[in-house]
Design a binder for this molecule. Sequence first.
Ligand code: PBG
Length: 302
Amino acid sequence: MKRFRHLRKDQKTRDAVAETKLFAKDFIYPYFIVEGKNIKNKIKNFKNVYHFSIDTVIDDLQKTKELGITKILLFGISKKYELIEEAIKKIKNKFPKICIITDVCLCTYLEHGHCGVVNKKGEILNDETLPKLAEIALRHARAGADIVAPSDMMDGRVEYIRNKLNKNNSKKVKIMSYAAKYASHFYGPFRNAAKSAPVFGDRKTYQMDFRNTDQALDEIKTDINEGADIVMVKPAHTYLDIVYRAKHKFPKIKIAAYHVSGEYVSLENYEQLVEVTTAIKRAGADWIISYGAKELIKNELI
Ligand code: PBG
């Protein structure tokens, strides 16, 4: 008889033989930054996620850093470019070792909430959007972002952004592309938090159809060829097969996986979150974006 239970005997043994373990450094922690001062407001239907003003985000980052988290993803909730730029500068100045990743998209800046330029017919225009994305990326880079993360899903944007950064003295800034990003119904709490829901139509003409796998691998390959340093699969929990296939097909590139807002709020407790995020890592993700990263560490679940 093979005695599998030997190695499950007690916690010490189980820990000793565990194949997958999560570390604080695996996580990217997202922040929503708003205008104003002394703001730390709970976001409705989004457990333990807040709107922060720049001053309070700096305070919070001290704790985040102490927990061992080294990477953050910033979303500026403002129609003005300057808010996020100021946030980047101040964070960089106070915490030079923290890796600052910024979401690059048009949806929070434009009234219609789409990720690209829209014409009179309501079509989302690909090529017209590219210079705008590149401008935003360069602004973030100049403010001090370490990694820019285009989340718009326009074709050709990685190459366009890479060229713009290279031509403007920002060669060292890396690109993490939302490469396989699906048109998902799991983005609800985020869109409420970021005030970025489209006022008409949906995102299905640019984000991927969730019935497809091969195309995700094509999207990832294209982004790598265009110069992406890290590629992302999003959502993560419902798309573990994509994470798995991406890692196996492109073992040399870092794969990030975004455990998105709707997936996060559907969980009942942090024990479930640790199981899910472990599954995401087990499937092949190198970096996991998680709204619960801090709680996992605080509660000593990882
Ligand atoms: C913006 C963006 C979205 C998310 C990250 N960047 C929303 C969307 O594409 O509609 C979703 C993140 C989440 O749900 O946690 N383009």
